[in-house]
Write a protein that binds this ligand. Structure first.
Ligand code: GAL
Length: 685
């Protein structure tokens, strides 16, 4: 029994996320999740209606229920009482549901999840309205003389429900995921999607993307500087300038700026960098892919380029084969898949209209919902065919996207929105990075870097600035920064931050392996770990990183930071100071102080930082136990980049340290190499 219930209403559409990406009701990994008594939703109570605009579902809910999810919602973490219209859009300016990655999946605080299998811009009303007539007078409400009171949410009377309004469709399939808690429901949804992502080890290191107008000599100079300054860096990204024409894309090297592409790729690979290339999905007339893809394109163009229909296997194969032969097999390790969200009301024509038609029969609305995931799938295939893993960035995703090794990012630059993204993404099978680029002050740069280091993809996206921001932060002038007089000071601060990230690679790798195999998101909102604590429901500025770390970002200009620590007890990662859980604290955050807490009872593997991950890197580990209770952790050991782990070439190392006993290390699995050397065991108390 997998505790996933499928309910069919009316006549569902032919093309949905499940029809294209599969929904796995029988993933063997589901069996490892806790048992559930019965379907937590009263299926009989769900009302389905056909309407002139499509169809609706009304799902009864309890008074106290709270709702989370619906994808990358950058403006709110707790959806209770809100309406979300799940439209794909690269410029979500208000809390409407517009998103780079809307997902028609939510979880309830009652411990179940609901997925609506649709590629439509559905609207979700989370107990925001009632239909029942009142039996008596409405609750008293005084006449408001200010907008705060006037617009404050009002107390609802009557029966509560979630209303889901799906345009165009005459029916829909609904999947209910049992818990019994929210985390298990999210895990079930992720496993149903195909499981989470195991990135290559190098993907968890530091990333640097260079200036968009940089030429080969510039990027080589920067790469050399990064190595000379011992700034940890695993991935070097090239922005649009590498192509002959980028908006739309030719996917061909611009040999004026990059006269010897193979030489450049060889240079990077020899220096231990993986190369990541920027591109987007719209195919230029001058691209070798243009003619072959012409029969498979939609009727509208974007930046004069084709919009290929990658729901058609023939079209996806053309994309994959070209990328494999011309780029991947020549030494490219990943891609940044840009612009696949698009905005057609702020900027035109940055994307195709909803009324577009595609050869598969999809319309523009459906294509918007599916485009990011179709694009990721075609791109990933260029690596999988050669038995390799990749890790990249993407600007749009949607339903069932958990298995694709791409991390969402955005051009919007509000750091509060960026941190909210870290909190919410894990509710819906998504990964997100609050990237950093230009900054108005050194402090802002450091605060943003701190947040990036505690994200799935630690990327400095310097596409707007000619040099790394630790040498030349931008002072708000966008393109015209000045070199810092005291270069070593800021470089040193940034280096230590990057080293902190590198020291956590073994820990993060194990957390991602859990994501892959059990669906447990590596970056999580607090309600997933502390479901009974109502105080964490609205926390939008701190989150779990793996099972042991709680990261509390400090925002630029914040001299003091207040935060609530849930659970039993925590240790300050840097000072070792102990804090009781269930309380709020306030810290002085002068001098760029970071707030990172380790859960009491954790055994944390902390690695000696390396500058970049080599195929034969052996991490030297300090195993640190926080508190005296029995503590355990696992490490995952494999070649770190191929797909051989799927055939068993992987070891699970169980490290245990029981109170009063010697630590023990047990290894099982079929990987012959060695990735870790445990240097010492220490206790912080
Ligand atoms: C944007 C993208 C940026 C950068 C830029 C280059 O769409 O979000 O990160 O790549 O394009 O033109």
């Amino acid at each position: 029994m997998n505790y996933i219930w499928k309910l069919t209403f009316g006549t569902p559409e032919n093309t949905t996320p499940c029809s294209l990406f599969g929904g796995q009701m029988d993933s063997p990994a589901l069996a490892s999740l806790p048992q559930v008594e019965e379907n937590p939703l009263d299926a009989e109570g769900i009302v389905f209606r056909r309407t002139a605009r499509g169809c609706t579902l009304t799902i009864p809910v309890e008074e106290s229920e709270a709702f989370f999810g619906t994808g990358l919602q950058l403006k709110s973490v707790n959806q209770t009482g809100l309406k979300k219209h799940l439209r794909v859009n690269s410029d979500p300016v208000a809390d409407t549901g517009d998103s780079h990655a809307p997902v028609p999946f939510y979880v309830s605080s009652r411990g179940y999840g609901v997925y609506v299998d649709t590629a439509r811009y559905a609207s979700f009303y989370f107990a925001s309205h009632t239909t029942q007539a009142l039996s008596g007078p409405s609750p008293a409400r005084k006449v408001a003389d200010n907008t705060e009171e006037l617009y404050a949410a009002s107390q609802l009377s009557g029966k509560r429900h979630v209303l889901i309004d799906i345009p165009a469709a005459t029916g829909v399939e609904l999947y209910v995921f049992g818990g019994p808690d929210m985390l298990s429901a999210v895990q079930r949804y992720n496993l149903f999607s195909g499981g989470g992502v195991l990135p290559p080890l190098w993907g968890l290191g530091m990333w640097y993307r260079s200036y968009t107008r940089a030429k080969a000599e510039d990027v080589q100079r920067q790469a050399a500087m990064i190595r000379e300054d011992h700034m940890p860096c695993d991935v070097f990204g090239l922005e649009p300038g590498w192509q002959t024409h980028a908006y739309s894309c030719t996917y061909r090297w611009n040999t004026e700026g990059f006269p010897d592409p193979q030489g450049l790729l060889d240079f990077f690979n020899a220096a231990g960098f993986r190369v990541n290339l920027w591109e987007h999905i719209f195919v230029d007339g001058d691209s070798p892919l243009y003619e072959p893809l012409l029969p498979y394109a939609g009727d509208y163009r974007v930046w004069n380029g084709l919009v290929p229909d990658y729901s058609l296997p023939q079209a996806a194969k053309l994309y994959t084969a070209y990328h494999k032969a011309e780029l991947v097999d020549r030494g490219v390790s990943g891609f940044k898949l840009d612009e696949c969200d698009g905005s057609d009301f702020i900027h035109t024509p940055w994307t195709f209209p909803e009324a577009s038609e595609f050869p598969s029969g999809l319309d523009g609305e459906q294509m918007h919902c599916l485009l990011g995931t179709l694009y990721m799938r075609a791109n990933q295939e260029a690596f999988e065919e050669g038995g390799r893993r990749t890790y990249g960035a993407v600007r749009s995703a949607g339903a069932l996207a958990a298995p694709y090794p791409y991390v969402l990012y955005s051009d919007l630059y509000d750091i509060h929105d960026y941190i909210r993204g870290m909190v919410v993404a894990g509710y819906s099978g998504l990964l997100w990075t609050p990237e950093v680029r230009q900054c108005a002050s050194e402090e802002e740069l450091i605060r943003r870097l701190q947040a990036v280091v505690f994200s799935p993809l630690a990327q400095i996206d310097a596409w707007m600035i000619p040099n790394p921001p630790w040498l030349q932060y931008d002072e708000g002038k966008n393109h015209a920064g000045v070199f810092l007089e005291d270069r070593e000071r800021l470089t040193g601060i940034c280096r230590r931050l990057f080293e902190l990230r590198m020291s956590l690679i073994p820990y993060l790798y194990a957390a991602f392996y859990a994501y892959k195999t059990t669906g447990k998101p590596p970056f999580r909102a607090l309600p997933l770990d502390f479901p009974d604590d109502v105080q964490v429901r609205d926390i939008e500025d701190s989150y779990m990183v793996g099972d042991s770390l709680l990261f509390v970002p400090v925002f630029p200009g914040q001299e003091r930071r207040k935060a609530y620590l849930p659970g039993d007890g925590w240790y300050d990662y840097f000072t070792g100071e102990h804090y009781a859980g269930g309380q709020s604290y306030e810290w002085d955050t002068a001098d760029n102080r970071m707030l990172l807490f380790v859960r009491e009872g954790s055994l944390l593997p902390i690695a000696e930082p390396v500058e970049f991950v080599r195929p034969d890197t052996v991490f030297s580990l300090r195993m640190v136990r926080f508190g005296h209770a029995d503590a355990a952790c696992s490490l995952i050991e494999d070649d770190g980049e191929s797909l051989a782990y799927r055939e068993g070439a992987l070891n699970r190392i169980a490290v245990e340290w029981k109170e009063g006993a010697e630590p023990s290390v047990r290894k099982e699995g079929g990987y012959a190499g060695q990735r870790y050397a445990i240097r010492e065991f220490v206790t912080i108390d």
